[in-house]
Design a protein around this ligand. Structure first.
Ligand code: GTP
Ligand code: SPV
Ligand code: MN
Length: 610
């Protein structure tokens, strides 16, 4: 019999039943309900620091900040071990591992049984979206990891008020996280969409175990959205204010580590600031989107914080993200300066290691590190893991939108898709219709990054940046997008664009300056939305006239170069279209792919083959 450390903070029978069942299975020594009180967080932080699980950073320069190191075999999401467990295999779909739910429950129960022995079980009630909000949903995560409790506190709304809002309802996602021995061979990240259930075992890393994020807010929620008439997308939300105009909101889907956090927190170039342009961040990773009473699509950011990529984040590349990490943040797998107890990562620019002092830093694995260190194969050793991350409260962000906190859904005027494409895909183009936009999103490709395990730098198809996050069959997901368009009056449909910040020259350097200068591309979109400029009609959609992208104040970048990255090269697109057809064929087993999209793939090939 477990010793309850504090009393249940709900009388909801379904919640209590779920908790009892997990106690029976996991056999913790103690049980603690996370009620959202400061006392509990302070107690848990002290405990984690005492155990060496967390390192407290410099209280003066990084107040309330902690460092955590994961096991070297547990540093990213693991797509190969992520499962959608729907009753029928055809409902899980094509881009995913599937397993029969009963078989998977049996396997997981076997792995987890008794694994909390000697430990405390934490029960985390959390709301994705503001507690009680019109688009919000509730989950309960059970874990023995203080790292998870402290991160969930930042990433979601956590506490007793969530259970109060739930009342007697059974409408909550049941989540269990069992760290076990962090054995990668027995690691499973499983979603059971038909049961509103998530189970993660043998990991203690971010996206695998902070279940509100990818497991719930994308995999489970995309399935809920399909059934309930809304959408859960891997999209940032930003607001742009032009002088004398209302703020316009846009959502953008880029694959992991391809610039969502950067774009969401963009600082406009000086020439735009001088004109009075302002950018506000609503979210940097996930959007929940629902039709509003006026027929437009409205979005919220269901999260409460950012789980952002650390390396490369500096004052110049993302000032707002950097500032967000200055208090009450948790760093995962970054390096630390043991003298100052401040975090460090590659290209942070501040406190760059001093070559004369070789013991300057401690790397993400806890070992001494100095610049230029190489491993036995002569490969450079990084101080911070390439997928090291910060967990930062959204309220820390200097440009957080005033609508974020109360969670007011914002009307969306544009959807932007994009990925890392060294060739072929122009800087920006616009879909000619909603369904053309669905087609463009569905054929998205990107070079892989360190955000997931596996080879880095290979182009793979990543529809709507959702490849790792679909909670149901990808073809049904495309159909859902088409239907959401049908339900939205044409004049109220968001315009759909595709961007590519990552075109490279023959030496492999990025051609477009990117980052804050992406404002110039967003500005073109605003002008298109308001009907202020024409565009070139091409085989893939509307491409800007170079004169309509404002290059004021951009040194060393000519209109000629811009023209080069706006070109639609028919030969390259012929290969692309053939690749798309092959890709579609892999999805179309059982004839599930919407005919509208299959026809568009044929039409594209025909247009670029002329
Ligand atoms: P997840 O949190 O993994 O979903 O990713 P994210 O899309 O939020 O990624 P993030 O914004 O953290 O992207 C980080 C990577 O994108 C870094 O390598 C940046 O240098 C790079 N990046 C972001 N914006 C730009 C840009 O405009 N141009 C170029 N060349 N690189 C960019
Ligand atoms: C991503 O990989 O897209 C992330 C980080 O946003 S994680 O939460 O680990 O999935
Ligand atoms: Mn993401």
């Amino acid at each position: 019999m477990a010793i309850t450390e504090n009393k249940a903070i709900t009388t909801n029978k379904k919640v209590l039943e779920f908790v009892e069942k997990q106690i029976e299975l996991l056999k913790p020594s103690k049980v603690l309900w996370i009620d959202g009180s400061e006392e509990i967080y302070t107690q848990l932080t002290n405990e984690a620091v005492a155990k060496g699980d967390m390192i407290r950073l410099n209280e003066k320069t990084y107040p309330g900040c902690l460092l955590h190191r994961t096991k070297p075999n547990d540093v990213a999401r693991v797509e190969a071990r992520t499962f959608i467990c729907s009753k029928k295999e055809e409902d899980a779909g094509r881009m995913y591992n599937w397993c029969d739910p009963q078989e998977m429950y049996a396997k997981l129960n076997n792995i987890m049984a008794g694994s909390f022995a000697g430990e405390t079980m934490y029960i985390i009630p959390y709301s994705m979206g503001p507690v009680g909000g019109p688009i919000s949903k509730i989950g309960i995560e059970i874990t023995s990891s203080i790292y998870v409790v402290l991160n969930m506190r930042i990433m979601a709304r956590v506490g007793k008020n969530v259970l109060d809002a739930l009342g007697d309802s059974n409408d909550f996602v049941r989540g269990t996280h069992a760290k076990c021995s962090v054995n990668p061979d027995d690691r499973y990240i499983c979603q059971f969409p038909e049961d509103n259930t998530i189970i993660s075992v043998n990991s203690n890393y971010g996206g695998n175990v902070l279940q509100g994020k990818k497991c719930f807010a994308l995999r489970i929620a995309s399935y809920q959205g399909k059934n309930e008439g809304w959408m859960a997308e891997h999209m940032l939300i930003l607001g742009i204010k032009r002088p004398n105009k209302e703020t316009v909101y846009m959502c953008a889907a880029f694959p992991s580590a391809c610039g969502k956090t950067n774009l969401a927190m963009l600082i406009p170039p000086k020439s735009f600031q001088d004109k009075g342009y302002e950018v506000f961040t609503v979210g940097d990773d996930i959007s929940w989107i629902k039709p509003g009473p006026d027929g437009r699509l409205y979005a919220i950011n269901p999260e409460n914080g950012f789980f952002g990529v650390a390396p490369g984040t500096n004052k110049k590349s993302n000032y707002n993200a950097l500032m967000s990490t200055k208090k009450n943040a948790i760093f995962t797998n970054v390096a630390i300066n043991p003298d100052t107890m401040e975090p460090w990562w590659e290209a942070m620019e501040k406190d760059a290691p001093d070559k004369k002092k070789p013991d300057f830093l401690v790397d993400w694995t806890g070992k001494q590190w100095w610049p230029g260190m190489v491993d036995a194969d002569g490969k450079e050793i990084k101080a911070a893991h390439p997928n090291s991350r910060f967990t930062a409260p959204a309220e820390n962000c200097p440009c957080i939108s005033p609508v974020f906190k109360d969670g007011t859904p914002v009307p969306i005027s544009a959807f932007i898709f994009g990925g890392r494409r060294p060739t072929t895909v122009p800087l920006v183009y616009q879909a000619k219709s909603w369904n053309d936009g669905v087609f463009i999103g569905s054929i998205m490709g990107s070079e892989t990054t360190a955000a997931a395990t596996g080879a880095v730098g290979v182009v793979r198809r990543d529809p709507m940046a959702m490849r790792p996050f679909f909670g149901y069959h990808v073809a049904d997901y495309f159909q859902h997008w088409i239907e959401m368009g049908e339900k939205t009056p044409v004049d109220k449909q968001p315009k759909i664009f595709n961007v590519n910040w990552f075109r490279t020259d023959k030496d492999g350097n990025f051609i477009w300056p990117g980052f804050g200068d992406n404002m110039r591309v967003l500005d073109w979109m605003l002008k298109r939305i308001d009907g202020e400029v024409d565009a070139q009609d091409t085989a893939i959609g509307y491409v800007p006239y170079s004169k309509d992208i404002d290059l004021t104040g951009l040194d060393n970048f000519s209109e000629e170069t811009l023209k080069e990255i706006l070109v639609v090269d028919n030969d390259a697109w012929k290969k692309e279209a053939e690749g798309v057809k092959e890709f579609y064929a892999t999805l179309n087993v059982g004839g599930k792919m919407p005919k509208i999209l299959l026809d568009k793939a044929d039409a594209l090939l025909e247009k670029v083959s002329k």
